[in-house]
Design a protein around this ligand. Structure first.
Ligand SMILES: [Zn+2]
Length: 292
């Protein structure tokens, strides 16, 4: 009898694990450079990962132009190491593709590479930049992902990698560009609980936040040496806030009381080329949303 009880509890445990695995949401974030996914989606990624979901960050270029003193292979190697450390801190997998920084074009070879990555990850959600962006690598990453948005289900395209049975939901991360149309926050995720972890994870990209980006802004001499002050330095610039539009969206997803007191958030716009989720599906894909 005792053996039977142990066996039954083992079986029910296994069924629970299988169900948990099946319900795991699979998210792939595709940015142009090693640090783009981090700043745009980092807080949401931490929340997804903490809830047991599978998150992958991809940088389509190797970042080998993003510095004023170093470049080429040595810089690419340094940035890959920074991305791996950031991935560890976010709790996500990080992959850096070997395309030159600043030279990305929306060509067929890279489109196929993106299709393969989305399929291999069995993505339910794909997030990228919007196609109207100041940086050509961001623009073409967005185009490459948009170009994959239907092809991921077409068996005769990249035939060696099985197609997805369901088209994922494709989302754009937030930006402030106004033309030809401003960003629209369809979904907003409160990240107050994980903002410190996000900033700490972002700080793994030392070559960017403490060297290259301050240099481009003419503020290299303002970068502090002390570890705590360095985190505050990044937080002051990249923690973001909540715009009026975002607040409305937060209230929609979290309710009046909780939505209106959010201090830090990340927002997403639904790309019309992928799967069109209804509210119920958005709540399933973003289990951190909802009135508490
Ligand atoms: Zn970038």
């Amino acid at each position: 009898m005792k053996k039977l009880i142990i066996l039954l509890s083992l079986i029910s445990g296994m069924i629970f694990m299988i169900n948990a695995q099946q319900e795991k949401i699979r998210i792939i974030v595709i940015g142009a450079h090693p640090d783009d996914c981090d700043g745009d989606v980092g807080g949401t990624a931490i929340l997804w990962a903490k809830m047991g979901n599978a998150v992958k960050f991809v940088s389509v270029t190797n970042g080998d132009a993003g510095h004023h003193e170093m470049g080429g292979g040595a810089l690419a190697k340094r940035r890959i190491a920074e991305a791996m450390e950031a991935g560890r801190r976010f709790g996500v997998e990080y992959e850096v593709l070997d395309n030159h920084d600043g030279e990305l074009t929306p060509d067929l070879k890279t489109r196929k590479e993106i299709i393969k990555l989305i399929r291999e990850w069995h993505a339910d959600v794909v997030i990228t930049h919007r196609p109207n962006d100041y940086h050509p690598d961001h623009r073409y990453t967005a185009i490459l992902v948009q170009d994959a948005a239907y092809m991921v289900i077409v068996p005769n395209i990249v035939p060696e990698t099985p197609p997805l049975s369901h088209n994922p939901v494709f989302l754009y991360s937030q930006d402030n560009f106004q033309k030809p149309n401003p960003f629209h926050a369809d979904i907003a995720v409160a990240i107050d609980d994980v903002i410190d972890q996000k900033i700490y994870a972002m700080s793994a990209h030392e070559s960017q936040y403490f060297e290259w980006l301050p240099w481009t802004a003419g503020k290299l001499e303002q970068v502090p040496k002390d570890e705590k002050a360095r985190l505050e330095f990044i937080a002051g610039r990249y923690r973001g806030g909540v715009s009026d539009e975002m607040k409305e969206t937060l209230i929609k997803w979290y309710g009046d009381k909780n939505g209106s007191r959010v201090k830090y958030a990340e927002a997403y716009e639904i790309c019309e080329f992928g799967r069109h989720p209804d509210e119920k599906e958005i709540l399933r894909l973003f289990p951190m949303l909802g009135e508490k």
